[in-house]
Design a protein around this ligand. Structure first.
Ligand SMILES: NC(=O)c1ccc[n+]([C@@H]2O[C@H](COP(=O)([O-])OP(=O)(O)OC[C@H]3O[C@@H](n4cnc5c(N)ncnc54)[C@H](OP(=O)(O)O)[C@@H]3O)[C@@H](O)[C@H]2O)c1
Length: 329
């Protein structure tokens, strides 16, 4: 699996990483042995980058990764976690004292003295332009609690604000065939600044696998059931914020495009490979709920994307999503 340097962390990470929200909560039940299986299948397939957060299952995802690391001390892993969503979503909460408390808890959960990378977890927009916040993050690095910091954002404007700060090592943003806006400014700015880009939700919460129909039902504990209206968190995190039925239709056309241009490759693998092929992307982090998904996703690291697939993705986006998505995020 190809490795790329993750921005200012100077650490090599696989172009296909693993998102581990599924190993915490919000996607229906994934038991601990399945969670460990997803981690080991990924590492066996060449994945060296896991993305987690302190809120995924209130620390469960971090603790499973901590256990995996203990049991596999020689696995060459970089683990990115996130902080900032355990309390009220107010700019005044983003203080050095809270950062210390939050990162201490993540260090315990992950079983490490120093976190490889901690990302602000989609905080309120003013946080991205607060000098005091970046000063506090620099202090955490100086104290040795974290090796690097980055941000996870909802909007391109937030990404650009963070990229302009000299200490920002990486930006995590939604980028997939249904969400193209980061290609306009965020990727070029990140490349120019040497900031890593972690592309999340590459399958539009599974839509781009082409498996769902208008009748597909999701468990009551799955955000694809309870957050379609954005009542629990930003609606952009669920199916990338696209209308579900339009998404199913566009995914059908995406699958047809893939069978024409990349015969023998699954739509999910093609969707991941397309994201990884965009200049400026460091690592793509599909979430997986099973060993089979983790293996299939890692295999996308070997898929070469033909120009006709890229053109088809842009045409689909213009037809279905640009008008609703581009002005919003
Ligand atoms: N605010 C933030 O910072 C934030 C927000 C969202 C996500 N993230 C991170 O980004 C990661 C990825 O995003 P995501 O998990 O939300 O969305 P995603 O990667 O677009 O979709 C994951 C879902 O796609 C389906 N899937 C995965 N591999 C598949 C395969 N090979 N074939 C068919 N279907 C497959 C599974 O759905 P089924 O469950 O139906 O099988 C899986 O639960 C997360 O795990 C998390 O680490 C961060």
């Amino acid at each position: 699996m190809e490795q790329r340097i993750l921005g200012r962390t100077d650490r090599p990470v696989s172009i296909v990483g693993l998102g581990t929200w599924q190993l915490g909560a919000d996607w229906g039940e994934v038991d601990e042995s399945d969670a460990l299986d997803v981690l080991s299948a990924s590492v066996d397939a060449g994945v060296t980058f896991f993305d987690t957060a302190d809120v995924y299952g209130d620390g469960r995802s971090e603790r499973v990764i901590g256990r995996f690391r203990r049991e596999n001390p020689s696995a060459p892993l970089t683990v990115a976690t996130k902080m900032g969503r355990r309390g009220p979503q107010e700019p005044g909460e983003f203080t050095l004292a809270n950062f210390r408390a939050w990162t201490d808890r993540s260090r315990t959960n992950l079983g490490v003295d120093r976190l490889d990378l901690v990302q602000l977890h989609c905080p309120p927009t003013p946080v991205f332009s607060s000098d005091a916040v970046y000063d506090a993050l620099d202090t955490l690095v100086a104290e040795g609690a974290i090796a690097n910091y980055g941000v996870s954002v909802e909007t391109c404007a937030e990404a650009l604000a963070a990229i302009a700060r000299p200490g920002t090592a990486s930006v995590q943003i939604i980028l997939n065939a249904f969400r193209l806006k980061p290609l306009d400014e965020v990727l070029p700015a990140a490349r120019a600044a040497g900031v890593g880009v972690i592309a999340r939700v590459p399958l539009a919460s599974g839509l781009l696998s082409g498996r769902y129909t208008a009748d597909t039902e999701f468990a009551s504990t799955d955000h694809r059931n309870y957050n379609r209206d954005g009542s629990a968190f930003d609606v952009g995190e669920t199916f990338s914020g696209v209308d579900y039925e339009q998404g199913v239709q566009a995914a059908r056309e995406f699958s047809a495009l893939v069978s024409r241009e990349l015969p023998g490759v699954s739509p999910a693998a093609a969707a991941i490979a397309w994201v990884a092929s965009q200049p400026g992307v460091t690592s793509v982090i599909p979430g997986a709920r099973s060993r089979a998904q983790a293996e299939a996703n890692a295999a996308a690291g070997d898929v070469t994307v033909p120009p006709a697939l890229d053109e088809g993705v842009h045409a689909l986006y213009d037809q279905y999503f640009r008008a609703a998505i581009h002005p919003r995020w």
